[in-house]
Design a protein around this ligand. Structure first.
Ligand SMILES: Nc1ncnc2c1ncn2[C@@H]1O[C@H](COP(=O)(O)OP(=O)(O)OP(=O)(O)O)[C@@H](O)[C@H]1O
Ligand SMILES: [Mg+2]
Length: 254
């Protein structure tokens, strides 16, 4: 049963079939790539007291740009010279294998359901073709994603990945439809909320923030996705980064 109903749901299945557009890999000098670098820098600045080595971006509902922001952020992090592992933990709408054109017969779910005593990342992690960026695709879709993500094995996997990589960036489902992200949020060093301009409902975003707080997530802030960056209507991409929330006051609508 959905946890929350909202009117403005605009589900897009394009990235499920065609993968994510990696603008940061293709046009690393573009202003959009620059905005992703700014996002990376801002997150790094927030890690001074509490190191951030595991990070997820989530959103209130489907198709708000989580995978797009997550994957492009992982690319700019790797371009900065750090060893990055990008994990597809959206076991319901996985995209990573499609984005990098990889086999997905083995992946995260293979490790989570394995009977082996130790976590062996080596066999399952795949190279991305981008320097410093390694990938763990979702693996076959299980019947019980929330249960798998809430397992001790998932915590062990994150610990092992943290040991081996400078940064582990995790693609996760939206907050309001399923509990998957709630159950892993507190096992991650930080979470950022993606808000899609003109699509995310204020109440939906507010509820997502509440759920993240209930889950004891370290919520750093939000990313505004699809902000027209050149002022022209209809311009596709644009990312802004903000801190804090202003949902308490109706006059402050984002
Ligand atoms: N800033 C943007 N400008 C234009 N198109 C965008 C932007 N961000 C995302 N999209 C497009 O919107 C669609 C959904 O994006 P994406 O798959 O990243 O969202 P998601 O939140 O991961 O979705 P899901 O809930 O399926 O996991 C994709 O087709 C993507 O290319
Ligand atoms: Mg996605």
């Amino acid at each position: 049963m959905p946890l929350f109903h909202h009117k403005n749901k605009k589900q897009s299945d394009m990235s499920l079939h065609e993968g994510i557009r990696l603008i940061t890999a293709v046009h690393s000098k573009s202003s959009i790539s620059e905005q992703f670098r700014t996002l990376r820098t801002n997150i790094s600045f927030m890690a001074i007291d509490h190191p951030i080595k595991t990070l997820a971006l989530t959103s209130a509902s489907v198709s708000e740009g989580k995978s797009t922001v997550t994957d492009n952020l992982a690319v700019v992090w790797a371009q900065n010279g750090q060893q990055v592992l990008l994990v597809d933990a959206d076991l319901r709408r996985p995209t990573l294998h499609g984005t990098f054109d990889l086999d997905n017969r083995e992946g995260l779910t293979t490790i989570l359901t394995s009977q082996a005593k130790t976590i062996n990342l080596n066999q399952i992690i795949q190279p991305s073709g981008i320097n410093n960026l390694s990938l763990l695709t979702s693996g076959p879709t299980p019947p019980n994603p929330a249960e798998l993500l809430n397992s001790q094995r998932m915590r062990d996997l994150l610990a092992a990945a943290k040991n081996r990589y400078d940064m582990v960036i995790v693609d996760v489902p939206p907050m309001l439809e399923v509990t998957d992200t709630q159950v892993i949020a507190h096992n991650l060093d930080a979470v950022v909320l993606v808000i899609k301009q003109g699509q995310t409902q204020k109440l939906g975003a507010k509820r997502a923030v509440e759920l993240l707080k209930l889950a004891h997530a370290n919520l750093l802030g939000y990313v505004m996705n699809d902000v027209p960056s050149d002022g022209s209507a209809g311009y596709g991409y644009g990312y802004g980064y903000g801190y804090g929330y202003s949902y308490g006051n109706d006059g402050d609508d984002k």
